[in-house]
Design a protein around this ligand. Structure first.
Ligand SMILES: Cc1cc2nc3c(=O)[nH]c(=O)nc-3n(C[C@H](O)[C@H](O)[C@H](O)COP(=O)(O)OP(=O)(O)OC[C@H]3O[C@@H](n4cnc5c(N)ncnc54)[C@H](O)[C@@H]3O)c2cc1C
Length: 331
């Protein structure tokens, strides 16, 4: 499908600032060829350029045309489980190390593309007493390791605030990185799917890249790009439904409700959404649900009860966070 056409389901992050890259035509040479111009591939390209490598990058569609340009835009520190769960699973030292690495990564992302990122903090709202007790465990574990966290009481309910989290525009970020890479000398091509890949040669329909190394930075469908991985890699589907902007619900930061995610059961109900940018999404078991026109906590309950599962991922940090309790009211 032509991802540049208006009939392609357009990401909610589209702001009309698309960059247009050429199709690869003819043969070129470089040190490293990166396949896939999503967040991973572009990050690899920037890193390689910093190491003085001659780099070429190709995408089957357009820059950020995959998940990297159409995801939820949540920028959350830590692992896929809540911090205290990570400590239990990996041990305190490793859990803390992982958390801090994601904070470092956040800082790097801010340096790279400050216009695409907002440090809003995120909320974990308890749905019942049991979850509230778990929030307290998380609070204690984070505080014990001097990680920024506060108890939260506000219009969304009660729980925790992680002040170092935030939101980002993933598509804008990809475009900023692609522009930077091109300006720094990378040869980037769109609509040039890799058809044959070996360690030193990548073939597309109209050209060939001869190189010393190949990096395949393709998330979904990796087993199709590298058939030798089928059986070891299996693509799972996540859904993101963009609707027309709504003012029925407005969250100013990412909110997790009903345990957010649950390791061991990735289909556990989870909530997210940064609705400030006009995204609304409600999907579960492949069924699209409508947002009910209700407010605050009731809205959250209802929305997240219908919401689609999502695993807590990656990064973002900010200033030190002294208060132990944050109280907010909504005007
Ligand atoms: C619905 C959803 C919501 C998400 N929400 C969040 C979130 O809120 N926060 C967060 O941090 N993460 C989120 N994620 C995860 C995040 O989007 C992915 O981890 C990330 O985008 C992976 O980036 P990538 O560059 O590895 O892959 P992709 O973005 O998939 O990029 C791979 C690129 O490779 C290209 N490609 C494929 N085959 C070929 C080929 N043969 N030749 C050349 N190019 C090819 C594709 O066109 C694509 O552009 C979400 C994911 C989904 C699906």
């Amino acid at each position: 499908m032509d991802q540049s056409s208006s009939t392609f389901n357009e990401t909610v992050w589209e702001e009309g600032n698309r960059i247009v890259l050429p199709v690869l035509e003819g043969d070129i040479e470089c040190d490293v060829c990166v396949i896939g111009l999503g967040g991973s591939g572009l990050t690899a390209i920037i890193e390689l350029l910093g190491l003085g490598q001659r780099v070429a990058g190709i995408d089957a569609g357009v820059v950020g045309g995959g998940a990297a340009g159409r995801n939820g835009g949540l920028l959350l520190a830590g692992w896929s489980s809540f911090y205290h769960q990570s400590v239990e699973k990996y041990g305190r030292e490793r859990a803390l190390g992982l958390y801090l690495r994601t904070l470092e990564q956040r800082d790097m992302m801010i340096d790279e593309a400050p216009d695409a990122i907002r440090l809003t903090g995120s909320l974990r709202i308890a749905s019942n007493d049991e979850e509230m007790a778990d929030c307290r465990n998380q609070f204690e574990a984070m505080r014990a390791d001097d990680l920024p966290v506060a108890e939260y009481i506000g219009p969304e309910g009660e729980g925790l605030m992680i002040p170092t989290d935030g939101v980002y525009n993933p598509l804008l970020r990809c475009r900023i990185l692609a522009k930077r890479a091109t300006a720094a000398g990378a040869m980037l091509f769109e609509k040039s799917p890799a058809l044959n890949i070996s360690g030193s040669r990548v073939e597309t329909a109209n050209g060939v890249i001869n190189c010393r190394k190949v990096i395949v930075a393709v998330d979904g469908g990796l087993e199709n790009v590298l058939p030798e991985l089928s059986g070891r890699v299996r693509t799972a589907r996540l859904q993101m439904i963009g609707t027309a902007p709504t003012d029925e619900v407005k969250f100013t930061r990412p909110v997790y409700y009903r345990w957010g995610s649950n390791t061991g059961n990735s289909c556990q109900m989870a909530g997210l959404l940064s609705v400030e940018c006009g995204i609304s999404a409600a999907m579960r078991n492949g069924r699209i649900n409508r947002f009910p026109a209700m407010r605050s906590r009731r809205v959250l309950r209802s929305f997240f009860a219908q919401s689609w599962a999502f695993k807590r991922r990656s990064l973002i940090a900010g200033p030190p966070w002294p208060p132990s309790t944050v109280r907010e009211s909504r005007s």
